[in-house]
Design a protein. Structure first.
Lengths: 119, 112
C-alpha cells in the first residue's frame, strides 16, 4: 500500500496564481485532513473531511478550498496565491470510529508534504 | 484556538543522556498523541493516550498523560542519535473529535 500520496512535492507560484495540491489515500480511511506547517509554529489545520461529500473548516481556512468527491481523494485549492501561504502542506488520513468511541481517534497517517513558495 | 505549548522548543544533548519533553494546555483533551517528524517527511505516530494518569512505554520512550488530561510528557532514556527529530504532541476533544490541535514542537538533536 502507498498510504497517503501528495503531489507535487515542490512548487513555486507567483502572487495571484492558482493551483491544486493533490492528496490521495488507499487505506479506505473516512477522515482526511489538510495542515500547513510553518517554521516554529507546529501544524495548523486548514480543512478536514469526515467522508465523501462532507468538508469542514479547521483553524486557518481563509484562502483555501477543498472538495471530497471520493473516499480516496481530498484536493486543496489555492485560488489567489499570497506570500502568506508560503508553507509546507501536509495531507493526512485516519479511520475514526463513529459514536461513543469517536473520542479515541486512530492515528493520522501523513503524506510527505508539498513545499510551496509564493513569490 | 486550543493552544498546546511544548517545551523546550529546542534540545541538544549527548548520546546516552536522558531528557523530558513537555506538552501543556489549559484545555482538557479526550486523547493526546505524540508524533515524531524527520526532515522532509510527514509526522509518524508514536503513541496515543486517552486516560488521565496513563503511562505508556515504547522501548526507551515513556509517555504520560496528566491526571487532569491537560498535559503530557515524553521521557527518553539513554538517547540515541536515531532519536533526533521534531517531536509533536496533538490533542483532540470528544466534542470536536474530528480535529486535532498540534503543539509547537520540540526539535531534538542527539550528538554521537
Amino acid at each position: 500500500n502507498a498510504g497517503v500520496t501528495q503531489t507535487p512535492k515542490f512548487r513555486i507560484l507567483k502572487i495571484g496564481q492558482s493551483m491544486t495540491l493533490q492528496c490521495t489515500q488507499d487505506m479506505n480511511h473516512n477522515y482526511m485532513y489538510w495542515y500547513r506547517q510553518d517554521p516554529g509554529m507546529g501544524l495548523k489545520l486548514i480543512y478536514y473531511s469526515v467522508g465523501a461529500g462532507i468538508t469542514d473548516k479547521g483553524e486557518v481556512p481563509n484562502g483555501y478550498n477543498v472538495s471530497r468527491s471520493t473516499t480516496e481523494d481530498f484536493p486543496l485549492r489555492l485560488e489567489l496565491a499570497a506570500p502568506s501561504q508560503t508553507s509546507v502542506y501536509f495531507c493526512a488520513s485516519s479511520y475514526t470510529y463513529p459514536g461513543p468511541l469517536a473520542s479515541y481517534n486512530q492515528p493520522q497517517h501523513f503524506g510527505d508534504g508539498t513545499r510551496l513558495s509564493i513569490l | 484556538t486550543q493552544l498546546l505549548e511544548q517545551s523546550p522548543q529546542f534540545l541538544s544533548i549527548q548520546e546516552g543522556e536522558n531528557l523530558t519533553v513537555y506538552c501543556n494546555s489549559s484545555s482538557v483533551f479526550s486523547s493526546l498523541q505524540w508524533y515524531r517528524q524527520e526532515p522532509g517527511e510527514g509526522p509518524v505516530l508514536l503513541v496515543t493516550v486517552v486516560t488521565g494518569g496513563e503511562v505508556k512505554k515504547l522501548k526507551r520512550l515513556t509517555f504520560q498523560f496528566g491526571d487532569a488530561r491537560k498535559d503530557s510528557s515524553l521521557h527518553i532514556t539513554a538517547a540515541q542519535p536515531g532519536d533526533t527529530g521534531l517531536y509533536l504532541c496533538a490533542g483532540a476533544h470528544s466534542n470536536t473529535g474530528n480535529q486535532f490541535y498540534f503543539g509547537t514542537g520540540t526539535s531534538l538533536t542527539v550528538i554521537p
